[in-house]
Design a protein. Sequence first.
Length: 213
Amino acid sequence: MKNFFPAVSMILLSLFPPAVPAGTIAGSAHDFRGYLWNESGEICKPCHTPHHTKALPAPLWNHELSTETYAMYDSTQSPTMDADVSIQPSGSSKICLSCHDGTVALENYGDIEEGTIFLYGDVLIGTNLSDDHPISFVYNTALATEDGELYDPATKLSGVVGSMGTIHDDMLFQGRLECSSCHDVHNTRAVAGTKLLLKDNIGSALCLTCHDK
């Protein structure tokens, strides 16, 4: 009997593992521990490093960037597109695409340059962005006024959980809409059960944050 309770404890732990803290990168889609390609075994290192960073305006960036030329969404895809989209993705979106465009290996971080493992499936976006939501465009009061069916990001509250900030405060980067305007890459505010969405899109709630329909 003396070994009964430890044995039961181990069984229970295997059935009900310790809960991952809510609102952390640990346990999220961007927790890369346990992947064979991540030889460092760390969560942060595939993306960030304290020393010898890549030349990019991002916090201590460590992952190789894509050199591809992207096909961007513009007015040829939609005659109602009023924004001036950048010729190419800007800072924060380019960071996301360093894995999600499928041209740079996942393990190409730090000094590694010849990786062989790439993203695939529904997380692979590719280099043709003309059929995806436009990114890297300035979203401001002038655009909202011109469009007529967008909320003013300077005054409309984002509705992000735990914030009373505006769309501009919580969802734009240097005034631009980027991938991380919708996706919370560090899982600090992402809605559980979604693809790291800042807001649940039930009833198109995320879409209707910006679109006045």
